[in-house]
Write a protein that binds this ligand. Structure first.
Ligand SMILES: Nc1ncnc2c1ncn2[C@@H]1O[C@H](COP(=O)(O)OP(=O)(O)OP(=O)(O)O)[C@@H](O)[C@H]1O
Length: 584
């Protein structure tokens, strides 16, 4: 989407409100130039004592009062109808951005820091709201005021109008120079705000580490540097603004001096009346006001343009074609209960030097349970992220019921495959809501059942508020093992055809692990399961265990055959047996 299409698209969203606002702004500006005309005629009647003149004078006063009331009404309407669209656009844009962010693949989120995204959603969207609200209102105010007022002035005295316009032209020249400089600075300022937000997000996520390692001074220094760059940029903008505003003010006063000086001369020459000079002075104020607003409009316009650029970097990011084509519910049901076939899977990270996975092949028929064992850095998580299509795998390597998963939309694929990761993410909500995760239609008894299965129910019974306990930000109130069990409960609540568990039981003891796995495998006997673990005790019951070393499968078989065929497996088993004995 180009910038002009973006502007038009969101303008059209409120087209009727804007059209009515333009009509109201036009009426307000027309009344603004009309009212001085009645004042002028009233003043010119001051010297005349006749009854007819008195009647005429009262008539003009009534007109002025009446028109002023009408003007106030239209001014209120113009503000309502011009400012509200700014809010509506902001809300619509937020929805569009959230929709897009939700559909964009992981590769986008890896390259685009969350701090930067938050800054765009807060600061840039604020800039866009002002652009579509106050910016629109002031723009039309200025257009109408600068076009109508000189015409009404010209009708009184063309010569005085031409002289009065000289200071305005001078002010415009100064304004244009400052305007160009400010545009670049506004862009820089929003980038600096994004940098600061990114930096803060980074440090706040690692606040425990910063405190533990006493890194406070270093962090404060880093933040101060980014903050200083933001301040320097903001000060430059303020400096230009504080220079331009007095210049515009000076132009306005110069115009008044010219009107009074030259107007007085024309009065003496009897070319102008006192009423006409008074009207002319009123018009000079009407010209000065939009002139004063030019600075504000320029800021709103420049911030709006820069903000639109930032937002477009997200809106123009492409969602992979296959992710756009969603299956119908019927097609998705037909895809269920399939066989996962992995053939000669290889994977290299885009920024990596060499392949992390080599020639991985295995099959997961419906209901089969497969375990993956491997040392640290063997490529287990990479394999999981290839299988659930978080990573962009090459076509032809992973099939589900004969269908290449790279031809399926990720959203559809994840309806079939549920992954429980080793770092569960919890929302700042109650335990029950964290299990439900939006599945509000499911009965409470189902939630209780999955909590029982994941061996979390006993812990919950000890909490004062039970499953209504608030878990705090990222589940800060829960221990590592409790978080893991909650995320297992969450994965079990809604149906899926394949469950992948990536080291999810690392933070629970052996006994709890055995209980969880026993209950879990009973409940999901019809579902395919892939469990990744460092612990053989978690894999013992699997139909097949793949031993991964440096990204390749070096041994495979069930627990008993591997004890005989794989020295690594046997050594790991013996070591872990000793650990278990030491613990019990
Ligand atoms: N995003 C990435 N970019 C580049 N290389 C990566 C990335 N993530 C992981 N790697 C590399 O891939 C290799 C395998 O990592 P992976 O996380 O898959 O191992 P793992 O077996 O899951 O390890 P662990 O048991 O410690 O979780 C490692 O050498 C790691 O450095």
């Amino acid at each position: 989407m180009t910038k002009s299409r973006f502007i038009l698209h969101y303008l059209l969203l409120n087209k009727y409100a804007y059209l009515f606002a333009i009509f109201c702004i036009l009426i307000v500006n027309w009344l603004q130039v009309e009212i001085p005309r009645y004042i002028q005629q009233a003043i010119d009647l001051f010297g005349d004592q006749s009854e007819a003149s008195r009647q005429e004078l009262f008539g003009y006063v009534e007109w002025v009062v009446g028109l002023s009331v009408v003007m106030v009404v239209f001014r209120i309407l113009s503000r309502m109808y011009a400012l509200n669209p700014g809010r509506i656009t902001e809300a619509a844009l937020k929805n569009d951005l959230f929709y897009k962010l939700n559909r964009l693949p992981n590769s986008f989120h890896k390259g685009f820091g969350s701090g930067k995204l938050i800054s765009i959603i807060n600061n840039d969207l604020n800039g866009i709201r002002l652009f579509y609200g106050i910016g629109f209102l002031q723009l039309f105010n200025v257009i109408f005021a600068l076009s109508l007022t000189p015409i009404w002035m010209w009708r009184i005295s063309p010569a005085l109008t031409l002289y009065s316009i000289i200071p305005i032209l001078l002010a415009f020249v100064v304004f244009r120079i400052g305007f160009r400089k400010m545009r670049a600075l506004h862009g820089e300022r929003l980038t600096r705000l994004q940098d600061l937000s990114e930096q803060l997000m980074n440090y706040l996520s690692g606040i425990d580490l910063i405190k533990n390692q006493q890194m406070d001074t270093w962090v404060l220094n880093e933040i101060e540097q980014v903050n200083q760059r933001l301040l320097t940029c903001t000060m430059q903008i303020t400096r230009i603004q504080t220079f331009i505003m007095p210049v515009l003010d000076y132009a306005n006063n110069l115009m008044k001096v010219l009107i009074l000086g030259l107007g007085g001369y024309f009065l003496l020459q009897q070319n102008l009346t006192l009423g006409e000079i008074t009207a002319f002075l009123s018009y000079s104020v009407l010209l000065a006001l939009p002139l004063m607003h030019l600075g504000r409009i320029a800021t709103v316009y420049q911030m709006g343009m820069v903000s639109i650029d930032s937002v477009l970097t997200i809106l123009n990011s492409t969602i992979p074609e296959q992710d756009m084509a969603l299956q119908t519910p019927a097609d998705l049901t037909a895809l269920g209960q399939g066989t996962l076939t992995v053939s000669h899977l290889a994977y290299q990270y885009p920024d990596g030097d060499s392949a992390v996975l080599h020639d991985i092949s295995f099959e997961l028929t419906p209901g089969k349970k497969v375990g993956i064992l491997g040392s640290i850095g063997a490529g287990k998580s990479t394999l999981v992220n290839c299988l659930n299509h978080h990573l962009d795998v090459a076509p032809g390597m992973i099939h589900w019921n004969g269908r290449d998963i790279t031809t399926l939309a990720r959203q559809d694929w994840r309806a079939l495959v549920r992954t429980i990761t080793q770092e569960p993410y919890l929302f700042s909500n109650t335990i029950e809501q964290n299990v439900r995760f939006g599945s509000t239609d499911l009965a409470k008894s189902e939630v209780d059942q999955v909590l029982q299965l994941s061996q979390f129910a006993e812990d919950i019974a000890r909490f004062q508020d039970g499953d209504q306990t608030l878990v705090g930000e990222k589940g800060i109130m829960l221990s590592g093992g409790q978080k893991q069990r909650l995320s297992i409960a969450r994965a079990l609540l809604s149906p899926s055809d394949l469950i992948i568990m990536d080291n999810v039981l690392s933070a629970v003891d052996y006994d709890t692990e055995r209980k969880i796995l026993g209950g879990l495998l009973d409940r999901i006997s019809h579902q395919s399961v892939l469990i990744v673990s460092h612990r053989i005790s978690a894999l013992e019951e699997m139909d097949e265990i793949l031993v991964l070393e440096a990204g390749a499968i070096v041994a495979r078989g069930d627990h008993h055959s591997l004890l005989r065929s794989s020295a690594y497996y046997k050594a790991t088993w013996d070591l872990q047996q000793n650990e278990t004995e030491a613990v019990t």
